[in-house]
Design a protein around this ligand. Structure first.
Ligand code: WTA
Length: 651
């Protein structure tokens, strides 16, 4: 693997793979012609398309018009009234799905807990009643800071049942980041657990919540799941904290009903990094998000009734929302939920889980695949992976080597791979190959999903010729798109809809090949993708300059074989601050403490000064080249002081 591949800017990749006749014979979309016809209908007669394709969802009042587009604001399924939890749970109670496993939970130590749709429904109804009894009402925000336990899913669905938007915060975020998010959305209640298990260690979630909410007045209640047992018990603060199951026991059981809300009622806020400023609260609403995740899950993963589907993403990220919870449950799928790390107790864990639960569809991330490659081919070979029939990839560009390894060593050359491109903002998969419809190519995400009009354009919005690189845009609104940035509609307008005339700008660079397949090379803005985690360089920099020793900081990405991108920071120190190796360590630690361990810089470099334009803007492009150890190809004529470059190279 070379560096070029690691950031996804691979050149011509000529291999392509047709799905096997056995796969095609059962596939929902079984030919290119069928895909083409449906795609055509989805863009030319969207009313007909969406009417039919949402007919299995539960609407209390059907929609009267498909959409309304007043740029940059869209509404979808106008007039619809519904509750998402009814499509995910209640609708299955009257069919055979009632007794089918909804969640197969595998704990890190290896216990299994299975919840049927009936059981999951019962638990969600009970927890809905608990939340209502605690005072949560339609429109109130609820923060969820939990590990990968069934209660995290139950909490999300209970919020949806009340119409109280949830904001799930990834358990890897530090107290500061959690506080910012709770504050920004003004959450009234926080759901957490005493601790999560990760690689045999305890992640002290409740203690972090305690630190985060200390100064927040909006938080009235903290509901604590005792995952580790009473003896490990976190201290419950009288008046504020309540044990999860005590709250259930104390609830008025009549309060578990589903609140019917407008199709545009907010379903959740999920914070994600942008190129500037604080994280953005991406707001998703009810009907459009449900329709988007429902349909993509059904067709991209080609869901069959007997599938055992495993998405390895954490609930704290958008993939966990769309493809662990709302998409699969609305389709009545059986989902594996794994609590722990891929290498606990050893690197065979994923493959053992697949064997144990007879997993048929696996959806994971390139960074995990690259980590497995490093451990050698023996691990997947030790388990029986014959149940698998389809593989998926998400979160970052997958380099062809990793794709081929996934195909050979996991899919045994039998399973199609769907490389799915999408974003927190898009809510659902936008680009991918439908597995039974067409050939797949290593390193290419494939074609647009139904209703998606994607294009590669210049800065001016002109379509670039086939094969040439440009900016990836989406040319028209789609049902599961974000509606705004919570509390900052202006930023929403600026970030997404003004950069490129007449289109939604994704922030990604891409090219389209002669087959019409899209190849997404990665972010072209100041957002990094480290192990599939989105990190804004601005957030890292503001954490660094908050440190007393730091004068100025610039964060950039460096191609990395394992993580896709590694985080490199350049720091200038305040006068009289000795530039010691120990300080480097402390600065890396500082970022981990402020943001979260996953954002810890891989390398801290001290500099006398940072390269700037004459107008004082840091030239990140140059720093990127230096971090990657390559000669700067770009124009340096606007650089203020050429000596800076020489010094940085020497460091
Ligand atoms: C990147 C994750 C290439 C991309 C679902 C995007 C990808 C960002 C792919 C969104 C893919 C995601 N190929 N790049 N299949 N999937 N990306 O919001 O840069 O965490 O803009 O959503 O991840 O990251 P986010």
């Amino acid at each position: 693997m070379n560096d070029q591949n690691a950031i996804g800017t691979y050149s011509a990749e000529n291999r392509s793979f047709e799905p096997s006749p056995a796969f095609v014979s059962r596939a929902r979309i079984a030919s290119r012609a069928q895909y083409d016809a449906l795609y055509k209908e989805s863009v030319e007669s969207p009313e007909t398309f969406w009417k039919r394709e949402t007919s299995d969802l539960v609407f209390d009042t059907p929609w009267s018009a498909l959409s309304e587009w007043k740029p940059p604001h869209a509404k979808w399924f106008i007039g619809a009234r519904l509750n998402v939890s009814q499509s995910c749970l209640d609708r299955h109670l009257t069919t055979a799905t009632r007794d089918k496993a909804a969640i197969i939970w595998e704990s890190e130590p290896g216990e299994t807990l299975t919840l049927t749709y009936a059981a999951l429904h019962e638990k969600v109804v009970a927890f809905t009643a608990a939340l209502r009894t605690l005072g949560v009402r339609k429109g109130d925000r609820v923060a969820i800071y939990m590990g990968m336990v069934p209660e995290a899913v139950i909490g999300m669905l209970a919020c949806a049942r009340i119409g109280a938007p949830h904001t799930v915060v990834f358990g890897g975020f530090a107290a500061e980041s959690l506080r910012d998010r709770i504050n920004d959305c003004g959450a009234k209640v926080v759901l957490t657990q005493d601790g999560a298990l990760r690689r045999g260690n305890v992640v002290p979630l409740k203690a972090t919540v305690d630190r985060a909410v200390e100064t927040i007045e909006t938080v009235e209640k903290v509901v604590v799941l005792r995952r580790l047992g009473a003896e490990a018990g976190s201290q419950l603060r009288a008046g504020r904290d309540i044990d999860w199951y005590d709250a259930v026991a104390a609830a008025d059981p009549a309060q578990g009903h589903a609140e019917i809300v407008d199709g545009e009622h907010p379903l959740f806020i999920l914070y994600t990094s942008g190129s500037t400023g604080k994280p953005k609260g991406v707001l998703h609403t009810t009907a459009g998000y449900l329709a988007g995740t429902h349909l993509t899950t059904k067709y991209v993963f080609d869901l069959q009734d007997d599938d055992v589907y495993w998405c390895t993403a954490d609930v704290g990220w958008i993939t966990g929302h769309s493809y662990l919870v709302y998409g699969p449950l609305s389709n009545g799928a059986t989902c594996v939920l794994y609590e722990g790390a891929p290498n606990q107790p050893d690197w065979g864990r994923f493959w053992q889980i697949i064997e144990k639960h007879r997993v048929t569809v696996l959806y994971t991330a390139p960074t995990a695949i690259r980590a497995f490659i490093r451990q050698g081919n023996d691990w997947p070979a030790k388990s029986d992976l014959s149940s698998l029939r389809l593989l998926g990839s998400v979160g970052e560009p997958i380099n062809p080597e990793a794709w081929m390894w996934y195909r050979e060593h996991v899919g045994k050359n039998r399973c199609p791979i769907v490389d799915t491109w999408w974003q927190t903002e898009t809510g659902a998969i936008m680009l991918t190959t439908l597995p039974g419809a067409s050939f797949t190519k290593p390193g290419s995400t494939g074609l647009p999903f139904f209703g998606v009009r994607a294009e590669v354009v210049t800065q001016e919005g002109q379509k670039v010729p086939t094969g040439e690189g440009g900016l990836l845009v989406l040319k028209q609104p789609w049902p599961s798109m974000l509606r705004t940035i919570y509390g900052d509609d202006e930023r929403y307008r600026e970030q997404y809809w003004t950069e490129i005339p007449g289109a939604y700008f994704t922030g990604d660079g891409a090219r389209q090949d002669a087959d019409g397949y899209f190849h997404v090379v990665g972010r072209i803005d100041d957002v990094l993708n480290v192990s599939g985690h989105r990190i804004g360089t601005a957030e890292i920099e503001s954490a660094l300059v908050a440190h007393p020793a730091v004068a100025e900081a610039a964060a950039v990405g460096r191609p990395d074989d394992l993580k896709g991108q590694a985080l490199v920071v350049f720091v200038t120190l305040k006068p009289n601050q000795p530039a010691t190796p120990d300080l480097k360590k402390r600065l890396a630690e500082h970022v981990a403490n402020e943001i979260g361990k996953f954002a810890r810089p891989d390398s801290v470099r001290f500099a006398e000064s940072l390269p700037k334009t004459r107008s004082g803007k840091i030239m990140r492009r140059l720093l990127k080249d230096i971090a990657a150890g390559i000669e700067t190809k770009g124009d340096v004529s606007t650089l203020e002081d050429l000596n800076v470059l020489a010094q940085l190279r020497e460091e």
